[in-house]
Write a protein that binds this ligand. Structure first.
Ligand code: PHE
Ligand code: ZN
Length: 899
């Protein structure tokens, strides 16, 4: 939809739909150029609907053929058609009536990948959030739930397989040579969960027995020839099914559950009822083509979409402001699934560290993607109050911070209490379209019952407030009374557009579960006496702007281990010294807090480097971090996967984001130099570790132990190259040649591109030759180059000029354009880089506004940059905003950025 003025939609303006839609029948005559859709909608007035209340349906980019009311064709003056609606006044008798519509849509020219579209020689749909209206006129809102019956007709030579939601009722040939398939979904659903797929596919399947003893059919569909690459996905699906039964008591409510891989897809995947459509990147894997991380990514996304079947589909959203109701909760569930899969079968101590690896990765994502969002012009509460384009609110805030808000409820209620809250949620709301408040109501009912006298009401503020709160920690140890006094103070600066209000809005304090522990100077845990128990970790519940706790019977002066397991999505402010952090980095029994102490030490060093550069002083010593790394490198008690996290420098983007002002060039310099020093100073240790982590020669498995070893070995290689150790490039070349899986091969290629580009050309050419016909692997080849420090704007343009490149395929655009704009700050932050960004946003916007809007967000935080970058980014944003025919999607982002 192109428009010059985008109206703002407000959460407070919600009104229920005046009509109910118990039953829908859709008939599709499928063809790529033009598909005819015949719909039969059985409406009835909702209780209280006055006679004469208009019926309004949404439609976009459609051709209307015919409208009928109770079978009678309507004349053109009996209904109203606008650019995006069809409305009419139904009969006033208060009884059910039916609307029949015949319309056309044009999949082959639909480059937005919303609605019905062509990918390769297949047809797919994408309806969330508002794509169904591109298929036919319909009440396109999540609170209108209907039973769907879908008849698909097509040429069997082109579309031998015809899939839709629910159960296949019948399949038959037609006299005209076409064939048809009739699908019925027994569960009422909003139209955003509708799906159809047509084309020629490979399929693997298996049956599983659910815990009530039902046999269910699980299927994974992929391009012809990709069957063997879908085994892992099917395996993940079966594990997800049983995990949801065990952990949440939730059973599959369908006889058949299908996953289909699509090459062209805007997002990760989509939870359409019984017919999930996936970005092929989250389905296809084998050892030769997929990295260990890709295997884990598939597990997470397969789990995520499967878990939506209850959290999203059985209980759905009343309106799109409630998006986090399903997304935050389902991300939390997929995080827990992944953590449980990593920890499965391990003894408790090792299981805790395995789970911590997942927690570290999730927090890392949050800090990388969500914290900057909360600090920029698009900041919004996890339940937004307004939007112009809902497609712009599939954000890290709604998803990842939303999951943190669920996790805090899990922390406050405990595993049992949370489970009871979930049971209550389904008991109350199954089959309904509800709100975030309804979810918290269910949790609160359990909380107040189990914690008499305690109040849960202010917890809801997490749904209302944007911005990342800061928690300041002060402590005082009194040796005479053997007490430790801890004061927590919270504040949250105005976020996003709030910052422009005068006076700035007052933000009431949040309910923050703050987990702490104490260790002594020798690194031993100091037990804490708390609520008649002795514990190593306690959760302080901060509910006011400032609160003080006094811990008693503390025999020795403690060092505070803070925000254990990242118990709340906040930024810490502490007066911990470098020595305190070093102690925690060596001894904190909480694996998350231990990792965070190392991260904090690295951040402090990197900021000190930048400060020294600005002041013209010599570079600060690296001793603290070096010593921490030296010990961790060879600590055999730490799992390889955990060690790989402990020994990772913060991502460059995080380092840039911490700057005030943000200074990408200074950050690149400091970061590069630090990596070089660490690599060089620890070269011997890295080399020993590299050899120790060598593959044992067994068959590939993505399990946490062997993938941890590969991660650590790739890290060692990267450090050896960064430190220019002698023979490092040869080592990388040998690893590339001898690679037994994609993790090793890509690890070597990436390290070469990052640190020794002069040696990368051989492997690069070889890689292309070998994988030119596998789009997902080719994406890796593109991405590794676009994000390499040697790739300038002309370099990225050269990649885009290759015949393999296309802006129409979102994965390819992400691999090249996005990787350059997000992961190559040294080259993006040039005048040519800013021009390149603006040009690509506009080029993408003409094809696919959702994808263009995501790229446009790369400049959200322009105002926080140093003056030169700031001016360049501002000018580029203005250039985009001034362009004619901008989509609503990009317009919202860019106009909010410029204020
Ligand atoms: N609902 C999908 C998910 O999170 C994401 C999605 C949104 C996919 C919009 C496509 C379009 O699982
Ligand atoms: Zn989701």
């Amino acid at each position: 939809m192109r428009t010059d003025t985008a109206p703002t939609i407000f959460r407070q303006d919600y009104t229920p739909y005046p009509y109910r839609l118990p039953q829908v029948r859709l008939e599709f005559d499928l063809a790529a150029e033009s598909t005819q859709v015949r719909s039969e909608l059985r409406f009835e007035p909702a209780p209280g609907t006055a006679p004469g209340t208009p019926l309004v349906l949404q439609g976009e980019d459609l051709e209307l053929v015919e409208v009928r009311l109770d079978g009678r064709p309507l004349a053109a003056d009996e209904y109203q058609l606008t650019d995006d609606t069809l409305s009419l006044v139904p009969p006033g008798h208060g009884k059910p009536f039916s609307i029949g519509i015949v319309s056309l849509c044009h999949p082959a020219v639909n480059t937005t990948l919303m609605g019905l579209y062509v990918s390769g020689d297949k047809l797919f749909t994408q309806c969330e959030a508002q794509g169904f209206r591109r298929i036919t006129w319909f009440p396109d809102r999540p609170d209108v739930m209907a039973r769907f019956e879908v008849l698909l007709r097509a040429d069997p030579a082109v579309y031998p397989l015809l899939l839709s939601n629910g159960n296949l009722i019948e399949q038959a040939g037609l006299p005209d040579g076409r064939h048809q398939a009739l699908w019925r979904d027994p569960h009422p659903k909003p139209c955003y969960l509708f799906a159809l797929v047509a084309g020629d596919f490979d399929c693997i399947e298996r049956t599983e027995t659910t815990r009530s003893g039902r046999e269910v059919l699980l299927q994974v569909y992929s391009d012809k020839g990709c069957r063997e690459q879908t085994r892992w996905a099917l395996d993940c699906l079966a594990r997800a099914l049983h995990w949801d039964e065990r952990r949440f008591g939730l059973e599959l409510d369908l006889d058949r559950f299908m996953v289909v891989a699509a090459r062209d897809f805007n997002m990760g995947a989509m939870e359409n009822k019984g017919l999930n459509i996936f970005n092929a990147a989250y389905v296809l894997a084998d050892p030769d083509t997929a990295t260990d991380a890709a295997y884990r990514g598939i597990e997470a996304v397969i789990g995520h979409e499967y878990f939506h079947n209850w959290t999203g589909n059985r209980v759905t959203c009343r309106d799109w402001f409630q998006l986090s109701l399903k997304e935050g909760l389902t991300v939390f569930r997929d995080q827990e699934f992944s953590a449980d899969m990593l920890a499965e079968g391990l003894p408790p101590a090792e299981a805790a560290s395995a789970r911590a690896v997942k927690r570290i990765d999730d927090v890392h994502t949050l800090r990388l993607a969500q914290f900057p969002e909360d600090a920029g012009p698009m900041a919004h509460p996890i339940r937004p109050d307004s939007y112009q384009e809902i497609g712009n609110f599939y954000t890290a805030t709604v998803y990842e911070k939303g999951a943190e808000v669920i996790r805090m409820q899990h922390t406050l209620l405990g595993e049992d209490g949370f489970r009871a809250g979930m049971d209550e949620y389904f008991r109350r709301y199954d089959g309904q379209a509800v709100t975030c408040d309804d979810f918290v109501d269910a949790m609160e009912s359990v909380y107040v019952q189990r914690h008499p006298g305690k109040d849960f009401s202010i917890f809801r503020r997490w749904y209302q407030q944007a911005g990342t709160p800061r928690v300041r920690v002060r402590s005082h140890y009194d040796p005479e009374n053997r007490t430790c006094r801890i004061t927590l103070e919270q504040r949250c600066a105005p976020a996003g557009l709030e910052a422009r209000q005068t006076p700035p809005p007052q933000k009431p304090p949040l309910h923050i579960p703050f987990a702490i522990g104490l260790i002594d100077a020798d690194g031993r845990s100091l037990p804490i006496h708390w609520e008649d128990e002795t514990r190593d970790t306690v959760v302080l519940e901060l509910r006011e702007a400032s609160q003080t706790w006094t811990l008693t019977d503390i025999p020795r002066p403690p060092v505070l281990s803070l925000l254990r397991d990242f118990s709340a999505p906040v930024i810490l402010e502490t007066d911990r010294t470098a020595d305190d952090l070093a102690l925690l980095a060596r001894h904190d029994p909480d694996p998350f807090a231990r990792w965070d102490a190392v991260q904090e030490t690295a951040h402090r060093h990197l900021q000190a480097c930048m400060q020294a550069d600005r002041d013209g002083n010599p570079q600060p010593a690296l001793d603290d971090l070096l010593e921490i790394w030296r010990t961790a490198l060879i600590d055999p008690t730490l799992s390889p996967a955990y060690r790989a996290r402990l020994l990772a420098l913060p991502a460059l983007r995080e380092v840039i984001d911490r700057g005030d002002p943000m200074d990408p060039r200074a950050a690149v310099a400091a970061w590069t130099r630090t990596r070089q020093t660490l690599g060089a100073q620890l070269a011997d240790a890295w080399r020993t570790l590299y050899d120790a982590m060598a593959d044992d020669g067994g068959p590939y498995s993505p399990d946490p132990v062997s993938s941890g070893r590969r991660a650590l070995r790739n890290l060692a290689l990267d450090n050896l190259l960064a430190g220019q150790a002698s023979g490092a490039a040869e080592l990388a070349l040998a690893q590339y040649r001898q690679a037994r899986n994609m993790t090793e091969g890509l690890g070597a290629l990436t390290a070469l591109l990052q640190h020794a580009p002069q040696d990368a050309s051989g492997p690069l050419a070889d890689f292309h030759e070998r994988w030119r016909d596998d789009p997902l692997v080719l994406d890796r080849w593109f991405g590794a180059q676009a994000s390499a420090p040697g790739c300038t704007v002309s370099g990225v343009r050269a990649l885009m000029a290759l015949p393999d490149f296309s802006l129409r395929n979102p994965n390819r655009a992400r691999a090249v354009v996005f990787r350059f704009c997000m992961d190559n700050p040294g080259n993006l932050h040039t005048l040519e880089g800013y021009d390149f960004w603006a040009e690509q946003v506009l080029a993408l916007d003409a094809l696919n506004p959702e994808i263009a809007a995501r790229l446009s967000r790369a400049f959200d935080n322009w105002a926080r940059y140093e003056p030169v970058a700031r001016a360049g980014m501002q000018a580029a944003l203005q250039r985009v905003l001034d362009a004619p025919g901008l989509s609503r999607n990009v317009r919202e982002i860019v106009s909010k950025a410029l204020g």
